[in-house]
Design a protein around this ligand. Structure first.
Ligand SMILES: Cc1cc2nc3c(=O)[nH]c(=O)nc-3n(C[C@H](O)[C@H](O)[C@H](O)COP(=O)(O)OP(=O)(O)OC[C@H]3O[C@@H](n4cnc5c(N)ncnc54)[C@H](O)[C@@H]3O)c2cc1C
Length: 422
């Protein structure tokens, strides 16, 4: 049986891995000339099992109001004359209800724990442990105000109940875990340390895994844009594509898995399928480490400013900000400014800002931050998409679950909601 994976980001390539391991003939289609060139290109690098709380939680509506109109705010809503944007925003508000947020947090934690175990298996089986600047030194969440830190103990208890190792730390303990914080530690109220979390370069991981998949006989159709999914009698019959020269054609398989990130809803809409995914833009900067004594080795999350920082070999990656502004991948230097300010304030001298590369990507966000994994209403079309803020964290587990569902048509273990429309 031939399965065609649509999209070669972190989600598509890990999906192809599990399907190939399960014995399918696999091909993969992407408009870019290499894997992981869009949202999976330069994300925050965190395997953040300790951050299952979705953006949609009871505090967020008030924060959005507080940040309204601020160009450097962590979350920015740019209203558009778009029914899709407003529908998504209303669903997001619904997911902010306390019981919805609790349910979503538990489901994401279960998938994240499963995914981390799967990541460990994949990298060993594929032999790519050393190919993506991986670190297994945990994630240290930082709180820069007493008000924020006041909730850290409750949060640690909730994480522990969900099976995630995490403990609160004093300022001194934070510095012992990550000495690079010493320079500006007087601003720090405290931390929460998740020792089992990891970090690594998602783009390098995806490309290393893609190289192994090629050796295993997976066909890559790169530089190939998907124009349309052709359906008849409840089945996908083929994928209409065009190449860089504008030549068109149709690719066929027995089954198809949609992993097109933020663009997933656009391709299935003409088939009557509505996926609640909206692009939420985020930024990162990546720069060579200038002074190793000021560059952290432990991955950091600034909980007060919603910024993450990961050491990737001899580089530092700082990422954050969220903006609802449609399919607009353009880089706005003003939105990147808070990342430069952050590194200057918290890790002075760690990088030379003149050497930094600013990047923006569109997170494929669902209102709940739960991905959409499972079968569509069409008999041979499957979904593994909508991973929002946690696509790197959830990739291997989601792909394993999708492959298990395709093989057995049963709910996989561990149990968490599989959100396919039917
Ligand atoms: C600033 C930022 C920081 C982040 N930090 C983290 C983090 O620290 N940890 C974490 O877990 N997650 C993080 N994320 C989220 C994570 O990066 C995403 O969830 C993940 O990359 C999504 O992967 P994907 O494969 O679904 O989408 P993509 O990587 O976008 O892949 C989709 C693929 O589909 C292809 N495609 C789309 N349309 C077509 C078409 N018509 N024809 C052919 N090909 C097409 C694209 O070329 C692309 O390769 C972050 C995201 C951002 C933006």
């Amino acid at each position: 049986m031939h399965v065609m994976v649509l999209g070669a980001g972190i989600t598509g390539v890990t999906t192809a891995w599990y399907l190939r391991q399960a014995g399918y003939d696999v091909s993969i289609v992407d408009r870019q000339d290499a894997a992981a060139q869009e949202t999976s290109f330069a994300n925050g690098g965190q395997i953040s099992v300790s951050h299952p709380e979705p953006w949609a939680n009871p505090a967020t509506p008030f924060l959005v109001l507080r940040w309204l109109g601020r160009e450097d705010s962590p979350l920015r809503f740019r209203p558009r004359a778009s029914i899709r944007q407003w529908r998504w925003a209303m669903s997001f508000l619904h997911e902010c209800l306390p019981w919805r947020a609790r349910r979503n947090t538990a489901a994401i934690a279960a998938l994240a724990l499963h995914s981390q175990r799967q990541l460990q298996l994949v990298r060993r089986e594929a032999g790519i442990e050393t190919q993506y600047d991986a670190r297994q030194q945990g994630i240290l969440h930082l709180f820069f105000s007493n008000a924020d830190f006041a909730h850290a103990q409750t949060r640690a208890s909730i994480l522990n109940e969900l099976g995630v190792a995490a403990r609160t730390c004093t300022r001194e303990e934070c510095i012992a875990i990550e000495p690079a914080l010493a320079a500006r530690a007087h601003h720090l109220a405290g931390g929460l340390y998740a020792p089992n979390d990891e970090s690594g370069d998602a783009m390098q991981f995806t490309q290393a895994l893609a190289a192994v998949l090629r050796q295993k006989g997976v066909t890559f159709h790169l530089g190939t844009t998907i124009k349309r999914l052709c359906s008849s009698n409840g089945l996908i019959e083929g994928v209409e594509v065009s190449d860089r020269e504008g030549r068109t054609g149709t690719l066929t398989a027995n089954a198809y898995v949609l992993c097109l990130g933020s663009y997933s809803p656009l391709l299935v809409r003409p088939l009557g399928e509505r996926l609640p995914i909206y692009p939420v833009k985020g930024y990162s900067i990546t720069a060579p480490v200038a002074d190793p004594t000021h560059a952290p080795e432990v991955s950091l999350t600034d909980e007060s400013r919603r910024i993450v920082c990961s050491r990737l070999g001899e580089r530092l990656r700082i990422a954050g900000t969220a903006e609802l502004n449609g399919y607009n991948p353009a880089i706005d230097p003003a939105r990147g400014r808070p990342l430069f300010d952050w590194v200057e304030q918290c890790l002075p001298g760690a990088i030379d800002p003149g050497q930094a590369t600013l990047w923006a990507g569109l997170r494929p966000a669902t209102p709940s931050n739960l991905p959409i994994i499972g079968k569509s209403r069409l008999l041979n079309l499957w979904y593994n998409t909508g991973h929002g803020t946690l696509g790197w964290t959830l990739a291997c587990g989601s792909a394993q679950v999708l492959s298990a569902l395709m093989g057995s048509h049963q709910q996989p273990v561990p149990a968490f909601p599989v959100l396919a429309p039917r």
